[in-house]
Design a protein. Structure first.
Ligand code: PLP
Length: 468
C-alpha cells in the first residue's frame, strides 16, 4: 500500500515510512492511496473470529509491503494479549437498538491503548529491522502521555520523553505515567502549563540538527497507523451486531477527530454505516461547523471531559482531502487560510456533502453529569464523562429507522473519578491490576519551562545513543 499526503506535495510513501514519519514534510497527513474493500462476503467471513483475528484481516492490506509483514499476526496478538477483557472490546446493551462498545480494557484505561499498543510494537520492529532507533517526544495534558509510555516501555529501539505540566494533571493520570520505571521512559514535569509543554516540544522538533541527531519522532493521532488500528473496532462491532445485514450509526466523543475518522474509514471499506455522530463538550468547533458551515477557532475552555478540550481537530484534514476530491493543493490552500484567519468555510456543496454523513452534538458539563447519573440509574452502567457525551449525543440525534446505534466508550470511569462521584455519589474503583497504583513509586524530573533545559536534559539522558 502507498500513502499520499493530504497537501499533495510530499512524496508518496510505503507503510513503514508513513509509520515512522508521522506528519508529512509538506505539513499534511498521510492517507492510503485507495481504500481496500470488505465485501459483504468478507464481512460474513469475519463472524465468530476473535478481535485479533479480525484485526489482522482488516489491517493486512494497509501494511502490505512492510518489513514486518511476516510477523504482523504475532505483533497484533501480543498487542492485545494484556488486555483485561477476553473480548478486548466488549459490547454492552443499553436499549433495544443501542449499544456501548467498551474501549477501556487496555493498560491505561482509555481507547488510545487500542492503537498505541500495536503502534509501539510496529515502531520497535520496523526500527530493529532497519537498524535504527528513535526518540519519541511528546506533551500531554493527561491521557495520551500514559498510553504512549505504556506503548513504548521496554522497547529496545525507542526512548520516550513525555512532558506534562507539573501539578496540573490528575493524580491517576500522573501516576499512570510516573510509575513506569523502565529505563527508556523519561517523565518530565514542566513548571508551566500544557501550552508551555507543547511549545517546548514544537521548538525541539523545529531544531533540525537536534531532531536529526536523536531521531525525534511522535506517536500522536496524526500518525496513520493509529487510525488504521482504530478501524478494527468499528468492523468488530459491526460484525458482532449483524453486518452486513444490519446498518449502523456510531456516536463518538470527539477531540482530534481521529476516532470518528476511523469510523469513516471503516465505512469507506464497506461497513454499512448510515451516520456518524460527533459528540463535543463546550469546545464545540466541530459541532458549530456541522451546524452552520463555518470552521471558526475559539479559546479552549476546561471541562469535565479534558481529552476533548481541543480547538483544532487535526484529523479533520483527512476528511477534507476526500471532500476536495483528493486535490492536495486545494487542501493546502484552505488549511493555510484557516491558520491565518482562524476561520474558514469550504463552500455550501462540500458542507452539505459532509453533513449527509456527519452530525455534531454539544453537551455541557451539567448535562454530562446528569447523563452519567441517568445512565447509571437506567442501565446499571457507570460511565466516564467522555462516554456520557457520546451516549447523550447518540440519544439526541435522529438516525434512520433500524440503524443500530453504537456509542464508543472511550475511557474507564475510574480514570475520571471526581466527575463520576459528583454525578452519582459512587466512587469508581480502579480495575484490580491498577489497584496498587497509589502505592507504586513515582519517578519524574522537574524542569523549568525552558526549551534549553529540556534539550539539555534529553541530550544528557541519551549520551552515547544516537539515531543510526
Ligand atoms: C483522546 C480521547 C478522546 C478524543 O478522541 P479523538 O480521536 O482525539 O477525537 C475522547 N475520549 C477520550 C477518553 C480520549 O482519551
Amino acid at each position: 500500500m502507498k500513502y499520499l499526503s493530504t497537501r499533495g506535495s510530499a512524496p508518496t510513501l510505503n507503510f513503514d515510512d508513513t509509520l515512522l514519519s508521522g506528519l508529512a514534510r509538506d505539513g499534511g497527513l498521510y492517507v492510503p492511496e485507495s481504500w481496500p474493500k470488505l465485501t459483504r462476503e468478507d464481512l460474513k467471513s469475519l463472524r465468530g473470529l476473535s478481535y485479533p483475528e479480525i484485526a489482522v484481516r482488516v489491517m493486512a492490506p494497509f501494511i502490505a509491503g512492510s518489513l514486518i509483514e511476516d510477523e504482523f499476526e504475532k505483533l497484533v496478538g501480543d498487542a492485545y494479549a494484556g488486555f483485561d477483557h477476553e473480548a478486548i472490546a466488549p459490547l454492552k446493551q443499553l436499549a433495544p437498538d443501542s449499544w456501548l462498545c467498551e474501549l477501556f480494557h487496555g493498560p491505561t484505561l482509555a481507547f488510545k491503548d487500542y492503537p498505541l499498543q500495536l503502534v509501539g510494537r510496529l515502531f520497535d520492529r520496523v526500527l530493529a529491522k532497519r537498524g535504527q532507533r528513535v526518540t519519541i517526544v511528546g506533551a500531554t495534558s493527561g491521557d495520551t502521555g500514559s498510553a504512549a509510555i505504556e506503548a513504548c516501555r521496554d522497547k529496545d529501539s525507542i526512548d520516550i520523553f513525555i512532558l506534562h505540566p507539573h501539578g496540573r494533571v490528575s493524580d491517576v493520570q500522573r501516576r499512570q505515567m510516573t510509575t513506569v520505571t523502565s529505563s527508556n521512559v523519561h517523565n518530565i514535569a514542566v513548571e508551566g502549563t500544557f501550552d508551555d509543554c507543547q511549545d517546548i516540544v514544537k521548538a525541539l522538533f523545529a531544531d533540525l540538527s537536534f531532531r536529526d541527531q536523536y531521531g525525534l519522532s511522535a506517536v500522536n493521532s496524526i500518525n496513520w497507523a493509529r487510525i488504521m488500528a482504530q478501524i478494527v473496532y468499528y468492523v468488530w462491532c459491526g460484525v458482532a451486531l449483524g453486518a452486513p445485514e444490519r446498518r449502523f450509526t456510531f456516536s463518538v466523543p470527539t477531540g482530534n477527530f481521529g476516532n470518528v475518522y476511523a469510523a469513516y474509514a471503516a465505512r469507506n471499506m464497506g461497513l454499512p454505516v448510515d451516520k456518524l455522530i460527533v459528540g463535543s463538550n463546550a469546545n464545540d468547533i466541530l459541532t458549530r461547523f456541522f451546524e452552520g458551515g463555518e470552521m471558526a477557532m475559539a479559546e479552549v475552555v476546561g471541562t469535565l471531559s479534558p481529552s476533548m478540550d481541543i480547538q483544532i481537530s487535526s484529523n479533520f484534514e483527512r476528511l477534507l482531502f476526500d471532500t476536495y476530491k483528493r486535490d492536495g493543493a486545494a487542501v493546502a490552500k484552505v488549511m493555510e487560510k484557516f491558520r491565518k484567519d482562524r476561520k474558514v468555510s469550504f463552500g455550501k456543496a462540500r458542507w452539505q456533502a459532509m453533513r449527509k454523513l456527519f452530525e455534531g452534538y454539544r453537551v455541557g458539563d451539567n448535562a454530562t453529569k446528569t447523563a452519567i447519573n441517568d445512565i447509571y440509574e437506567n442501565t446499571g452502567e457507570l460511565i466516564d464523562p467522555h462516554t456520557a457525551i457520546g451516549v447523550l449525543a447518540g440519544e439526541n440525534v435522529a438516525r434512520p429507522e433500524g440503524s443500530v446505534l453504537v456509542t464508543m466508550a472511550t475511557a474507564h470511569p475510574a480514570k475520571f473519578p471526581r466527575a463520576v462521584e459528583e454525578a452519582t455519589g459512587l466512587h469508581p474503583d480502579l480495575p484490580p491490576r491498577l489497584a496498587d497504583l497509589f502505592e507504586r513509586p513515582e519517578r519524574a524530573d522537574v524542569l523549568p519551562a525552558q526549551t534549553n533545559a529540556v534539550r539539555a536534559f534529553i541530550s544528557e539522558q541519551l549520551a552515547g545513543k544516537s539515531a543510526a
